[in-house]
Structure formats: C-alpha cells, structure tokens
Write a protein that binds this ligand. Structure first.
Ligand code: SDX
Length: 437
C-alpha cells in the first residue's frame, strides 16, 4: 500500500515529502522529525494546539462530538457501570479486569495505603495554613527519598510496585495535608474500607467519635475520581511524560505533574470556579461578569468554561451536573444558591453570542466544586482531589512512555528572537538604556 505523504515546498523550491501516520481513530499525523535535517526549519506551535507529542493507546478525545474514552470504553458507560479501582486497572493494564484480577489489584492497593512513619514527620515542617497542593506535591516528591527499591525505572517489577504504591498512598497524603491545615490529628487508613470511603474517613474522621460513612458521598466521590482519572495529553500529563523522559524517578515525575495541575487554567480551575461564583454572588450580577469575561481588556475569565479540545459539551460536565443534583438533595442543600447561580450562569453564557461563536462550554471543573462543597470538602482541597484521581492517568502515561522502545528525551526547539551575537562590555562602558527587571 503506498505510504501516504504530506508534500511541502521549501522556500528555495525544494519538495519535501513527510510521511502521514494513521491512528485507530481521530486525526492523522504528519511525521515532521526529518524536517529540520532536510530543510533546516522547525515547526512552530506555542501551546501545542496542532501538535501531537506522542503515540498513545490510553485515552481518546473527540472534541467536536464531545467523546471521551478510556482504553476504548466511553466514560459515560464507565461512570454508570464501573468504579474507580476498576477504571484504574483498565487505564493501567488496558483491559477491564476479571473478578480475580480486580480482587488482587484492589488488595494490593489497599495494603499500600499507609505511609512510612518518617514521612508523617515531614508534614510538621509546613506552616499550619499551607495550601494542600503545595504539601501534596512536596510529599510525593519526597517519596523518592524513601522508596529506593522502586527507582530502577527499567525494571518491570519496580514499575509495578511504584504504580500500586503511588495510587494507594496519594489519598493518605491528600487527607494528611488537609488534617495539617485543619489542625486535626492524622487519621490512618483502614484496610476494611474501599478507596473512596477510606479517603473520606481519613479526611473527616476525628478520634473523638466514630465516622459515619455516607453512601451518596462515596458514590459521588467515586464518580468524580473516574471522570478525572485521565484526559489524553493535557498539560499535567505532558509534564509527567516530559519529566519522566529524562529518566528521572517516577515519584519526581508525578510531583511535577501535580505542580502543573495546580494552575487555574488547568486543575486549579475547580477551586477558581467556587471563588468566582462567590464573587458573582447573585443572579443579578451574572450579566456584568459575562461582559467582563468577554472584555479583552479585562483579564477575568469565566472559570470552568472553555477547553482546548472540547468545542462541544465536556461529557464529564454533563455527568457531574446530574450527580450535583443528587448530592444536593441528599445533603439537604437543594436550595444551594451556588448551584442555582451556576445553572443560571451556564444558561446565560450558553446563549451568549461570544460563547457560542468561540465554542465555550462548561468543562469538567464547572460543577465538580459544587459537589465537593456539598460534601463538606474545603475549597483548597478541590484540586488535590483532582490530582488524586489523575495520578492513575499520570502513572499509565508514564509507564507507556518509559516502556516505549522508540522513547527518547523530550527536547523541543524554539524560534529565537533575542539579541544577535555581541561582544562582552566592561562595566565602565555600560549605559542603562534598558528597563530594569
Ligand atoms: C482542565 O487539557 C485538558 O484536557 C484539561 C482538563 C483535563 O482533564 O486534564 O480537561 C482539565 O484543565 C479543564 C480546563 C479548566 N480551565 C478553566 O476552566 C479556566 C478557564 N478556561 C480557560 O482559561 C481556557 O478556556 C482554557 C485554558 C481551558 C483553554 O485555553 P485555550 O485552548 O488556550 O483557549 P484560548 O485561551 O486561546 O481561548 C480561545 C478564545 C480566546 O479568545 P480570542 O483570543 O480568540 O478572542 O476563547 C476565549 C479566549 O479569550 N476564552 C474565554 C474563556 N476561555 C477561552 N473567554 C472567557 N472565559 C473563558 N473561560
């Protein structure tokens, strides 16, 4: 079969044929690796809007039709029929587990939930009001100082131990970060509890009384963990792949991903949505803020709206909105002013010419914060929970990258627009004609 090629003509008239590669589904890609060698030019795509950084078999997104699949399964079906531990297995190993495989996997995760006692002392070094994302990224990075046995990134066994360890421990670390700022004692995990309920208990339980597990809260959290588990080559996942490509240990690569997720343009948006809704305050202020979001001179953006890939409804937002309703009824917050405000804001924005023209729809972060708040989870913990879920996707992508036989260090190039070459200037000959800082 003749290989399809993309033909380019260089500025000096030279014809260049670049191979086209097809995936299982989705856009084809043009392999440009030889472009610099043969033409002496780089491609240029700040923000990587049209650039594929790797080949992956994990998650597929169709932004036009609002489709998201994990290893080929629609996220709507997984949300309806599966649970987070089973989805974690699917993302890591590529297939849904048999009951024995699921039992073995869940037992292994459960038995790795405790932290090395030395790590617990680490938490006491933080200020009482430290943001939990700062604590979690630091503690995850410190795991490379504790787990030397899983630092051989080329050992299949070490990769497996790392994967189970980090997925198991991230809820314990997350809950401990909250306890630190709440001034409450750390709560140890329990092996008789499932993943989501174990986390809620570590987050909310106090030694003074028994913690009563709320089934709707567990169901809502498990669903949110499924929906946040992976999302193709997003900013934080690309960060994990980039950091891991140098051969750095996997704990440091995950810590880098946590830091990237923290930004308000990415995982930090769920916390920013709550702050934004509180700032808007009432339905009567919505139009003013929608106008601010449209004003190019104003840096304000509608947090929880827009997406680099989805130019249609984010399928996750739709599922979360329905769960929002169920949780609010159960938690007795049905008259939740924030939820009503969010529903009204969504309607105003979706009927506004600017948002329609730019295909700006609510994304995964728009409603999740309302559920977290209804569950009593502090706003500063919203992105931490996103990181907890995304750890599974980061681990799956890290392992796919590290086991790629064609893998190499990620090292992009640039368009240089700085000063031309010039000679050193002695200090007495220098004049301050440049702005300082
Ligand atoms: C996540 O990548 C992923 O998959 C991420 C994620 C995942 O699961 O990993 O899905 C999770 O990060 C979701 C996104 C959370 N972020 C927010 O909700 C923050 C608010 N949204 C944005 O800042 C923005 O929409 C981004 C960051 C999400 C997308 O940015 P892009 O793709 O770079 O788009 P852009 O900034 O170039 O915007 C295109 C246009 C611009 O106007 P023009 O310059 O063309 O005139 O749309 C406007 C923007 O000004 N725009 C918005 C807007 N988002 C985009 N205007 C007002 N409010 C907004 N929210």
């Amino acid at each position: 079969m003749t290989k399809e090629v993309f033909t380019l003509r260089s500025p000096d008239g030279q014809k260049i044929e670049l191979p086209i590669r097809k995936g299982t589904t989705g856009p084809d890609v043009i392999e440009i690796g030889k472009l610099f060698k043969e033409c002496g030019v780089f491609t240029y795509d700040p923000g990587f809007v049209s650039t594929g950084s790797c080949e992956s078999k994990i998650t597929y997104i169709d932004g036009k039709d609002g489709v998201l699949t994990y290893r080929g399964y629609r996220v709507e079906q997984l949300a309806k029929h599966s649970n987070f531990i089973e989805v974690a297995y699917l993302l890591l190993y590529g297939e849904l587990p048999t009951s024995d495989q699921l039992c073995q996997f869940e037992t292994s995760i459960t038995r790795h939930t405790m932290l090395n006692e030395g790590m617990l002392r680490f938490f006491n070094g933080f200020r009482y009001d430290a943001h939990p994302m700062a604590v979690v990224s630091a503690v995850v990075g410190s795991m490379s100082a504790y787990y030397h046995d899983t630092m051989d990134i080329n050992s299949v066994e070490a990769q497996e131990i790392f994967a189970h360890r980090i997925i198991a421990k991230i809820p314990t670390i997350a809950a401990a970060a909250h306890k630190l700022t709440a001034g409450q004692p750390f709560i140890y995990p329990r092996n008789d509890l499932k993943y989501a309920e174990n986390f809620l208990r570590m987050l909310f339980a106090v030694p003074a009384e028994e913690y009563e597990i709320d089934e709707v809260a567990v169901e809502a959290l498990d669903l949110l963990l499924i929906l946040h588990a992976d999302h193709e080559q997003n900013c934080s996942t690309s960060t994990v792949r980039m950091a891991g490509s140098s051969g750095a240990n996997p704990y440091s690569a995950i810590a880098a991903g946590i830091s990237a997720l923290w930004g308000p343009a990415h995982g930090g948006a769920n916390e920013a949505v709550l702050r934004m809704l509180k700032e808007i305050g009432s339905v009567s202020n919505i139009q003013k803020y929608v106008e601010k979001a449209k004003d190019k001179k104003d840096s304000f953006r509608l947090m929880g709206f827009g997406h680099r890939v989805y130019k249609n409804y984010d399928p996750r937002a739709e599922i979360i909105r329905k769960m929002c309703h169920k949780v609010l009824i159960k938690m007795g917050h049905l008259e939740s002013p924030l939820f009503d405000l969010a529903l009204e804001l969504e309607q105003v924005a979706l009927n506004d010419e600017y948002f329609i023209k730019k295909n700006l729809y609510p994304n995964v972060d728009f409603y999740s914060g309302i559920i977290y708040r209804a569950l009593g989870i502090p706003t500063s913990m919203f992105t931490v929970i996103f990181a907890m879920a995304r750890t599974v996707g980061w681990v799956a992508h890290w392992r796919e990258m590290i086991t790629d036989p064609n893998g190499r260090i990620s090292r992009p190039r640039q368009l240089y627009s700085g000063p031309r070459e010039r000679d050193y200037l002695n200090i007495e000959d220098r004049v301050r004609d440049h702005p300082v800082g």
